[in-house]
Design a protein around this ligand. Structure first.
Ligand SMILES: [Zn+2]
Length: 355
């Protein structure tokens, strides 16, 4: 059996669309007909060589998606053929099979990790799959692989934001917007004790989208001093939580400075290029500001993804506004460029027709 894949052959080169042969499934692997894949900064960082030396070239890419199970390898118990599934980079229950190799026409190999989603048919490790019901649209489901678990997970699991608290979100890409969407859903159910949600970005289109999704205040950091604006909004106190999802030194440093003394928490979700560091004033730590990183919003996929599915199907959260661009696999390099220039929302790649 064959798959059509976008392959990274060299750093900083366009991805190549190639037809590859699929090897037999190993113990704990599952063959998926991929419906949709998201694209996020992690892939951009891989393509641009921001993660340091890449020992796995040539390799496939992509770590959030949705699809349908075609075949299961030995010992797979979590899913069965025809199940609809979310494909996520975050480890859940089941076998962990860290790598696989697709085969080129000339017999050479293309490496793949436990999950890849920029391809029509993909071998995925059992622990990167979560079943969803057939009522759940596969299009929105793709966002349950990275953007939503990370962004919404920070709100629910890392920060545990409560009604009436204040949060500043730096960077309104997929993760920042998912955090705003989840924080905004708190306000839908608690109208009297509103959570203050401050969105910070440098693009008005993204800020407008943030407002649609639930931001109560927006700051364009190119036009105004974001730290000063946040202090103005919070009567000089600072915020309970700052979420950094822009992946820049400057925003990480500002995010730390803008949290309250005595318990304010700064959460870093963005990635800096390999080797870059940030500076913080230790006196701010002594004053009680705290700073942590997040690993996928501390998400437990088998527990959290079904909860997000429930919230979507009941109308509590709506992911449609988050999806702002749609591409097909041959246009993948356009999607990468769009991501680099900072398009609003999340781009989806459609691999197969599905609802
Ligand atoms: Zn991601």
């Amino acid at each position: 059996m064959k798959t059509t894949a976008a392959v990274l052959t060299e750093i900083n080169k366009p991805l190549q669309i190639e037809e590859l042969s699929i090897p037999p499934l190993k113990k704990g692997q599952v063959l998926i007909k991929v419906a949709y894949s998201g694209i996020c900064h992690s892939q951009l960082n891989e393509i641009r060589g921001m993660k340091g030396e890449d020992r796995f070239l040539p390799h496939t890419l992509g770590h959030e998606g949705s699809g349908i199970v075609l075949e299961t390898g030995p010992d797979v118990t979590k899913v069965k053929p025809e199940d609809h599934v979310v494909l996520t980079w975050i480890k859940g229950n089941g076998h962990d099979v860290p790598s696989t190799q697709y085969i080129r026409k000339n017999g050479s190999f293309v490496n793949s990790g436990a999950i890849s989603t920029f391809l029509s048919h993909a071998i995925i490790s059992e622990n990167r799959l979560v079943s969803i019901t057939k009522q759940m649209p596969l299009k929105e489901s793709a966002l349950l692989g990275c953007a939503i678990p990370t962004g919404a997970g920070i709100v629910n699991n890392t920060a545990k934001i409560k009604p009436g608290q204040t949060v500043a979100v730096f960077g309104c890409g997929g993760i920042g917007l998912s955090a705003i969407l989840m924080a905004g859903s708190i306000n839908m159910t608690n109208k009297t004790n509103c959570t203050t949600i401050i969105a910070i970005d440098i693009m008005d289109t993204k800020l407008n989208l943030a407002q649609t999704l639930g931001a109560t205040h927006i700051i364009n950091a190119h036009k105004t001093d974001s730290l000063k604006s946040i202090l103005d909004i919070t009567n000089g106190q600072g915020v309970d939580f700052a979420i950094e999802a822009a992946g820049l030194c400057e925003t990480m440093e500002t995010a730390f400075c803008c949290v309250k003394d005595n318990g304010g928490l700064c959460i870093l979700a963005g990635n800096l290029p390999h080797g870059k560091t940030i500076q913080i004033d230790p006196f701010n730590l002594i004053k009680g500001k705290r700073i942590v990183g997040t690993w996928g919003g501390e998400t437990s996929p088998d527990y959290d993804i079904p909860l997000y599915e429930k919230s979507i199907l009941s109308g509590k959260i709506d992911l449609k506004p988050l999806i702002t661009q749609n591409y097909l696999l041959p246009q993948i390099n356009d999607a990468v460029r769009e991501m680099e220039t900072g398009a609003a929302g999340r781009s989806l790649i459609k691999l197969h027709d599905a609802s």
